[in-house]
Design a protein around this ligand. Structure first.
Ligand SMILES: Cc1cc2nc3c(=O)[nH]c(=O)nc-3n(C[C@H](O)[C@H](O)[C@H](O)COP(=O)(O)OP(=O)(O)OC[C@H]3O[C@@H](n4cnc5c(N)ncnc54)[C@H](O)[C@@H]3O)c2cc1C
Length: 487
C-alpha cells in the first residue's frame, strides 16, 4: 500500500482533490498560480490517465465537439481567447476541415480541450507541485482534524483540506427500461462509456431516450459509424437542444437591476426581452446568453421555493436553449430529420418487453395524444448525468452524508454548500475544510454547468482554499510561538 502524507517536520497542510476533470484540474492550476506549494502538499485522485479531461473531454469519438465556441472556453477567465490561441499556435485543427463553423467560430473535437487543460497543469505535475493519484477514491473518512482518503488500488492520502470535484455521476436510466433491458446487448444505459455504440448494427432501429446534447452526440456518432437504420428520439416535451446563432451577438437585456423574485416573473421577463431583442434584429440567443451571464445573481435573489419551481417547470426549456449543439453536430440531426431517418417525439416509455433480440416499447405520447407501440433493436439512454442521485452514486459520498458532512441540496441539483462552497450536512452543519467545486455546487450558485462558469467557480474555490491555507499557517505559527515561549 502506498501512503501519501505530508512530512510532519514541514508542518505544511495537505490538500486532496477527488476528481481530476476540468473542475479539479482548474482548482489545482489556479491555486498553484497564486502560490508555491511543496511537493507532497497537493494530490488529485483521478482514475483517468490524464488530468484535466474528465467525462466531457476524455471522449476520443471524432463526432464529439465542444458545444461552446473555442473563443469562450479558456482556463484563464482574464484571457478568454487563450484556448483559441493555443489551438492556432499548435496548428491543432490541421486535418479537421469542418472545425470552423460558417460564422467563423471554432468548434474543435472535445479531446483537444482535454489536452489543452492537461498541458496547462503539466508543468506543475512535472515539478512535483501536483501529485496525480491515478486511482478512484473509494473510502473517505474524518480522522481527528484530517480527511483520510483511500483509493481502490490501495492509495491512501491524509489531507487537511478536501475538495470534491467528481461532478457528473453515471446516468439514471428510467426504471421501466432497466427492469426490462438490463443485460440486453444493445441496451446502452451510459453512452459516455468508450465505444459502447459499437454494439449497434448498421440497420438497427434505435430508440434514443432524451433529446439534449448527449442525444445529438449519439446521433452524430451513429452517423459517423455508418448507421443507416431509423432513429426515434423522445423526451417528455419533445424539445431538442437548439443550435447557435447564425451570427455573433452580444448578450441582450438586464435581469439583475430588478431581479425576478418568482419563476413566473422570470419567464415573463425573458419572453418580453426576447420580443424586444427581435424587434432590434437580434435573436433569442442573445437574451439567453444574458440570463446565463447573470444567472448566478438571479438565482441568489430567488427564494428557495421559486428556485424549485424553476427546476421543475423551466429547466427543460432552459436546458435546450442554454446548452447549444455545435453546428457540425446539429447538421447531422437536421439532415437525418429531413431524410426521414430521425423522428423526434414528445413521449415517454410506458412499457417494455423483449422477444428474441427485439425490443417492444409502448410510448406514451405527450399532450394526452395516447400511446403507440414500436419495435426497436437498440435503446440508448441520453438523459444525462444522474445528479439527483448523487448520494447513492458512490459509497464514500453516501458515507460522508451519513456521517453528517454532506447532503443533497434543497433543489436536488447536487451537493449542499454555503456561498463559500464549503459542504453542508443535512442539519446545516458546516464542514469548513470540505469544499465542493464544479456543477455539484449549482444548487447554491445557480448556473454552473458550462465551462466558463465551471472555470470561474474553480478560481473562486482556489481562492477559498488559499485563504484556508493562510489560516492554517497562522494557527501553526501561533502554535510554534506558544511552543517557543513554553520552552
Ligand atoms: C458529455 C459532456 C460534454 C460537455 N461538453 C461541454 C462543452 O463542450 N462545453 C462546455 O462549456 N461544457 C460542456 N459540458 C459541461 C461540463 O459540465 C463542464 O464543461 C466540465 O467539463 C465539468 O467538468 P468537471 O471536472 O466538473 O466534471 P467531470 O468531467 O464529470 O469530471 C469529474 C471527474 O471526477 C472523476 N471521479 C469521479 N469519481 C471519482 C472518484 N471516486 N475518485 C476519483 N475521481 C473520481 C471522474 O473520473 C471525472 O474525470 C459537457 C458535459 C458533459 C457531461
Amino acid at each position: 500500500m502506498t501512503t501519501y502524507s505530508h512530512d510532519p517536520s514541514h508542518g505544511q497542510p495537505v490538500i486532496a482533490i477527488i476528481g481530476g476533470g476540468v473542475s479539479g484540474a482548474a482548482v489545482a492550476f489556479h491555486l498553484l498560480r497564486g502560490q508555491r506549494l511543496r511537493p507532497g502538499q497537493l494530490f488529485i485522485f483521478e482514475p483517468r490517465e490524464r488530468l484535466g479531461a474528465g467525462l466531457a473531454y476524455d471522449s476520443q469519438d471524432p463526432a464529439h465537439r465542444i458545444n461552446v465556441p473555442a473563443a469562450k472556453m479558456s482556463l484563464l477567465p482574464d484571457d478568454i481567447e487563450h484556448f483559441q490561441r493555443w489551438l492556432k499556435e499548435r496548428d491543432a485543427l490541421a486535418g479537421d476541415e469542418t472545425a470552423v463553423a460558417a460564422n467563423g467560430n471554432l468548434f474543435p473535437r472535445r479531446a483537444l480541450f482535454g489536452r489543452y487543460i492537461n498541458s496547462m497543469l503539466q508543468p506543475y505535475i512535472d515539478d512535483g507541485s501536483v501529485t496525480h493519484v491515478a486511482d478512484r477514491a473509494t473510502d473517505v473518512r474524518r480522522s481527528g482534524e484530517r480527511w483520510v482518503i483511500r483509493g481502490e488500488g490501495g492509495r491512501r492520502v491524509e489531507a487537511d483540506l478536501l475538495i470534491i470535484a467528481t461532478s457528473h455521476p453515471s446516468p439514471l436510466p428510467p426504471q421501466v427500461l432497466s427492469r426490462a433491458l438490463d443485460g440486453h446487448p444493445r441496451f446502452i444505459a451510459d453512452p459516455t462509456r468508450p465505444d459502447v455504440l459499437a454494439a449497434i448494427r448498421a440497420d438497427d432501429r434505435v430508440l434514443v431516450v432524451g433529446n439534449g446534447l448527449t442525444s445529438a452526440d449519439v446521433i452524430a456518432s451513429l452517423d459517423l459509424r455508418g448507421h443507416k437504420g431509423p432513429v426515434t428520439a423522445i423526451s417528455r416535451h419533445g424539445l431538442r437542444s437548439r443550435g447557435h446563432a447564425a451570427a455573433k451577438q452580444e448578450p441582450f437585456g438586464d435581469f439583475v437591476s430588478r431581479p425576478s423574485r418568482t419563476a413566473l416573473e422570470l419567464l415573463r421577463r425573458v419572453r418580453a426581452t426576447i420580443r424586444e431583442a427581435e424587434g432590434q434584429g437580434w435573436s433569442w440567443h442573445a437574451v439567453i446568453d444574458q440570463v446565463r451571464a447573470q444567472g448566478q445573481d438571479l438565482w441568489r435573489a430567488m427564494p428557495l421555493q421559486e428556485r424549485r419551481r424553476v427546476v421543475r417547470h423551466l429547466r427543460p426549456f432552459w436546458d435546450v436553449h442554454r446548452f447549444r449543439v455545435a453546428p457540425q453536430v446539429e447538421a447531422v440531426s437536421e439532415g437525418a430529420i429531413r431524410s426521414g431517418r430521425l423522428e423526434v417525439l414528445a413521449a415517454s416509455v410506458e412499457a417494455v418487453t423483449t422477444s428474441g433480440g427485439a425490443i417492444d416499447c409502448t410510448l406514451r405520447l405527450g399532450r394526452s395524444a395516447g400511446s403507440v407501440d414500436r419495435q426497436f433493436d437498440a435503446v440508448v439512454v441520453t438523459t444525462g448525468p444522474g445528479h439527483r442521485g448523487i448520494l447513492e452514486t458512490q459509497g464514500w459520498i453516501g458515507a460522508l452524508a451519513e456521517a453528517g458532512y454532506l447532503a443533497i441540496d434543497a433543489t436536488r441539483l447536487g451537493l449542499a454548500c454555503n456561498t463559500a462552497s464549503q459542504a453542508l450536512g443535512a442539519d446545516g452543519a458546516l464542514a469548513p475544510s470540505l469544499f465542493i467545486s464544479g456543477p455539484l455546487a449549482r444548487g447554491t450558485f445557480g448556473e454552473l454547468m458550462g465551462l466558463p462558469e465551471v472555470v470561474e467557480h474553480a478560481v473562486f474555490v482556489a481562492g477559498q482554499v488559499a485563504a484556508a491555507l493562510a489560516d492554517h499557517e497562522k494557527r501553526r505559527q501561533g502554535r510554534t510561538e506558544i511552543g517557543i515561549s513554553a520552552a
